[in-house]
Design a binder for this molecule. Structure first.
Ligand code: SF4
Length: 356
């Protein structure tokens, strides 16, 4: 226990301390200090200080109290998040300290956060991509400014712009080392904006969900038409955009508060409280398309060709096209197979009109 911790504890004792299992009271006869393992009967100030200097366990309760109540000065959502990172609600202080000595790691989307015990009970935070869990730190691009997270999250590994920050397409290869608590949450916020605050609101039972219908009704300008998207199409839209393979948020909105969408919500740690701008933009397109009447087309296909069309649609929808090797002509979505099908079946056919 250092001077600053002792000074703060001594001052706080007048009003009494009760935090994470540490209880300290000042009575007419002296100080009473209690942890889950020990109770020190009224002792004088000098004896209390001496006892804390010699009792590592009791001192860890003090440094823990000091970090969470005297050092950290962050909003309630950030505070709760930092506590969650080290399982503060589930583990007592000795267990936490034991684990923090080696580092406690938690995932947040594609982020891997590791908390370690620093000097005198301070916490230090490291951040990297989950895919770099076992990577040699020297092989990663080291960053120190949390604002760098904005650039790191702009493009995917292939250099393509990421319109949805919570898409599972964050590029690996970087790390933030030795951040303090506020900077750690700032970096997380740049990677995944508002996820910490919405996660916290949900935990507090205060997540203000805006469902599809009221959200669609609020749209103006070119997006006004999305109000006309049929109910079934809203489900298809959620299936297209909001499942785990496309977005790491857990969808909490539905058609309206009484009508659930029959689509998986996702397993994400942080919730999605309303249809996002990407979904609204896509819904505008789908609203236009859904206005078209269906027609009947006649097209001769072998069973294998019909199967191949399904394989092409799946490969595009699952973002697998780039993985299909040119030599793998056994895959229906192989480029040569697709070109062969186009030459054979679609070469002279104007598919848009359904007429030759
Ligand atoms: S609306 Fe869907 S795609 Fe958009 S952030 Fe929410 S869950 Fe993700």
């Amino acid at each position: 226990m250092n001077e600053a911790q002792w000074g703060a504890l001594r001052s706080a004792a007048t009003a009494g301390v009760s935090f994470d299992g540490l209880v300290l009271e000042q009575t007419g006869e002296g100080f009473v200090l209690e942890t889950p393992a020990e109770r020190y009967e009224p002792v004088g100030e000098a004896a209390l200080r001496e006892m804390l200097a010699g009792d590592e366990d009791a001192a860890s309760f003090v440094s823990n109290w000091y970090y969470w109540t005297q050092v950290l000065d962050v909003a309630a959502d950030r505070y709760a998040y930092l506590r969650w990172l080290e399982h503060a609600d589930e583990r007592d202080v000795p267990t936490r300290y034991e684990k923090l000595a080696d580092g406690v790691t938690r995932e947040w989307g594609q982020l891997l956060v590791t908390v370690q015990l620093g000097e005198a009970g301070q916490r230090r935070y490291n951040l990297r991509h989950v895919a770099d869990r076992d990577a040699d730190p020297t092989a990663l691009d080291e960053r120190t400014d949390p604002r760098d997270a904005r650039d790191l999250s702009t493009y995917d590994d292939g250099g393509r712009y990421r319109p949805l920050k919570t898409a599972p397409s964050l590029a690996p290869g970087w790390r933030f080392a030795d951040l303090d608590g506020p900077d750690l949450v700032r970096a997380v916020d740049f990677f995944y904006p508002a996820t910490v605050s919405n996660w916290h609101r949900e935990r507090e039972g205060e997540l203000d969900v805006s469902h599809w219908r009221p959200t669609a009704e609020r749209q103006t300008g070119i997006y006004e038409i999305v109000e006309g998207l049929p109910d079934a199409a809203v489900g298809w839209a959620a299936e297209a955009c909001c499942v785990d393979s496309q977005c790491l948020k857990r969808r909490e909105w539905d058609l309206d508060e009484n009508t659930e969408l029959d689509v998986a919500r996702g397993e994400g740690e942080f919730p999605c409280r309303e249809p996002c701008s990407l979904l609204i933009a896509a819904a505008r397109e789908w609203t236009e398309l859904e206005r078209e009447e269906t027609r009947t087309y006649e097209l001769e296909l072998t069973p294998s060709e019909r199967e191949q069309i399904a394989e092409i649609v799946d490969a595009v929808a699952d973002g697998r096209v780039d993985e299909i090797r040119e030599a793998d002509v056994g895959d229906g979505a192989n480029r040569y197979r697709a070109r062969y099908l186009r030459a054979k079946r679609f070469g002279a056919l104007d598919v848009a009109d359904g007429e030759e």
